[in-house]
Design a protein around this ligand. Structure first.
Ligand SMILES: NC(=O)c1ccc[n+]([C@@H]2O[C@H](COP(=O)([O-])OP(=O)(O)OC[C@H]3O[C@@H](n4cnc5c(N)ncnc54)[C@H](O)[C@@H]3O)[C@@H](O)[C@H]2O)c1
Length: 261
């Protein structure tokens, strides 16, 4: 028996064209699940879907911007038609900031405008609400669902210059807790995974300088940055039937960056 078996399940992974989302899609496929690989860069999603197909799995690449509910609803309908009803939603699409090098150049909050906050809130908060809104009617009707949202320690313990991003991520975690209480009686769980620095294209520039990286690593009990597989292992667990009795939780996966009760 493999408690992580995903055979017969269909997952939708948002922002799965690279980094953590890509690895989550590969993990779910490796454990037998079919995967809708979403990204707003279609070429990235197609490359990941091709990788899964080459390994004998089932995948469909779909472009969609998770900040647009109509776009997400259409993607869910298309994915359902091609691969079957969505059993697992992984809200992974996220952005630490609007700039290319967000961690290095994010201005202090008191120098920002509301329009600067929008990209953080739209993807990291509304993206999660949109994904859930689109998949839940069918999950409720079928009496089964797993929802896993990827948040950040910036939203759990706070990070300087990432307050808006952290606020949006914390909002997603708070939303998940309330949602978990609404949907549990329909056989649906909702949990979050809170990451610290994971080595992905999204943060590559922020940890490229060896001196910056060396200083940052002092904060980690396990002295390395995470790899996408570290995150994907936890997401896979929460997406599987092994986690049937886990809901409304936020799991830190962070190399001991912040150890809290
Ligand atoms: N990497 C880290 O250190 C880290 C730390 C904490 C939390 N996280 C979170 O983990 C998740 C994955 O991070 P990553 O580092 O792999 O990111 P990444 O930037 O490497 O990749 C994210 C992917 O999501 C896609 N995307 C972004 N916004 C989208 C949207 N609105 N609609 C559809 N697709 C969209 C991008 O095109 C990209 O391919 C994010 O939610 C991020 O906030 C990452």
């Amino acid at each position: 028996m493999n408690v992580l078996d995903m055979t017969g399940r269909t997952a939708l992974v948002t922002g799965a064209g690279q980094g953590v989302g890509r690895q989550v899609a590969l993990h779910i496929a490796a454990y037998g699940g079919a995967v809708v690989v979403n990204d707003y860069h279609l070429d990235r999603a197609e490359a990941v879907a091709a990788e899964i197909s080459e390994q004998g799995g089932r995948a469909l690449a779909l472009r969609c911007d998770v900040t647009d509910l109509d776009d997400v609803t259409a993607m869910v309908a298309h994915g359902t038609e091609q691969l079957g009803p969505i059993d697992v939603l992984v809200n992974n699409a996220g952005n630490a900031g609007p700039a290319d090098d967000p961690l290095a150049h994010t201005p202090p909050f008191w120098e920002t405008d509301p329009k600067d906050w929008e990209p953080w809130i739209a993807t990291n908060f509304y993206g999660v609400l949109n994904g859930c809104r689109a998949v839940l009617p069918d999950m409720v009707e079928r009496g089964y669902g797993r929802i896993v949202s990827v948040i950040s320690d910036a939203g759990r313990t706070g990070e300087p210059n990432l307050a808006v991003y952290g606020g949006a991520k914390a909002g997603a975690a708070g939303f998940s807790r309330g949602l978990a209480k609404s949907v549990g009686r329909h056989g649906i769980t909702a949990n979050c995974v809170a990451l610290s620095t994971v080595n992905t294209p999204g943060v590559a520039s922020a940890i490229a300088d060896p001196e910056v990286a060396r200083k940052a690593l002092r904060g980690y009990v396990i002295r390395r940055f995470g790899e996408p597989a570290d995150a994907a292992n936890a997401v896979l667990f929460l997406a599987s039937d092994a986690a049937a009795w886990v809901t409304g939780q936020t799991y830190p996966v962070n190399g001991g960056y912040a150890i809290t009760p």
